[in-house]
Design a protein around this ligand. Sequence first.
Ligand SMILES: *Cc1c(COP(=O)(O)O)cnc(C)c1O
Length: 391
Amino acid sequence: MSAPPVGAADGIPPGIDIPFNRPSLVGDELRYMSEAIAAGRISGDGDFSRRCHELLERELGAPRVLLTTSCTHALEMCSLLLDLAPGDEVIVPSFTFVSTANAFALRGARPVFADVRPDTLNLDESLLPDLIGPRTRAIVAVHYAGVGCEMAAILALAGRHGLAVVEDNAHGLFGKHGGTKLGTFGGLATLSFHETKNVTCGEGGALIVNDARYLERAETVRQKGTNRSQFFRGMVDKYSWVDLGSSYLPSDMLAAFLLAQLEARDRIQAARRRLWQRYEQELASWAAANGARLPVVPPGCEQPFHLFYLLLPSLAARQALIAHLRGHGILAAFHYVPLHLSAYGRQAAARWRDCPVAADVADRLVRLPLFYDLSAADQSRVIAAVQAFQP
Ligand SMILES: *Cc1c(COP(=O)(O)O)cnc(C)c1O
């Protein structure tokens, strides 16, 4: 029996029959969730959470991976673990999701927005020396589309200035740069299992702890500031409030869903690779003829096929393409509102400066539908509709 798509009819506007994203059941999700319920253990850190932790630690070769309720929350844990305080500064790319900066602003740290490289749309490492000041505490690298940032340069500079490096690896699970897995470069890194990501449980995330200095406090921060994890390992005879923290553990029911997806990772990645490569092959000549460009994946970057975008020649052309696709029943999406131009980003920034590349690509970028069970026939329709469009 083939599994029905999850929520196939939800959140899709009228007239759209090829959604931008659709989460799917890919394996044992429902069986594992039933098992979690039958075992009478659905709060956090049950058996399924432990199995997710072990699988991700093995897969990444990281000392510790802890499931969280979201990538946003994993980033907030980073902010607590770095002991950020008002007046501290954190360098983040302008072209990213809000949480990359908001998690640090919550602790009173001020973002310093870095512009991005025109090729990979990753934080432009050549700008960093100018952005580092006496109050800088950390650099947050976002591997946009799972294409790795120039981590050697970023780590070297951070090392010289005594800065922490956090990887927001929401896009990059299973990606590599120079043979090293994304999410294992920084002292801390985060993952997202939101329904738009390659592997999902609806809402979820993880903290990857690469630097042993953070191991013990990471558990405490995640367990409401208590030493509950040590208590369960028999290391202390009662547990109590020992530090600042919050509740960052997902229910074991979500971990059960997630484990099934993680176990099906090869199937998920193979499907996404096939779709991504077909878009690239079949849209290359259209792009060249129409002043558009496809994603750039430099040598040494093994990307996890998280998203496929087109950069149109102008904002007007991008909006026209989205409207054209919509007319064909296809939903395409754009992102991000550059943080340095956002209402809160403007006032939160430690030192506002323009990020012209981020502003430019945010106007011109469009993402095409890309999800596990996008059929070949539906992808053909998307490709044909793009090819019929002239900016
Ligand atoms: C999706 C995403 C997040 C937020 O993930 P959640 O799990 O929804 O909190 C953060 N950063 C980036 C770059 C993302 O794409």
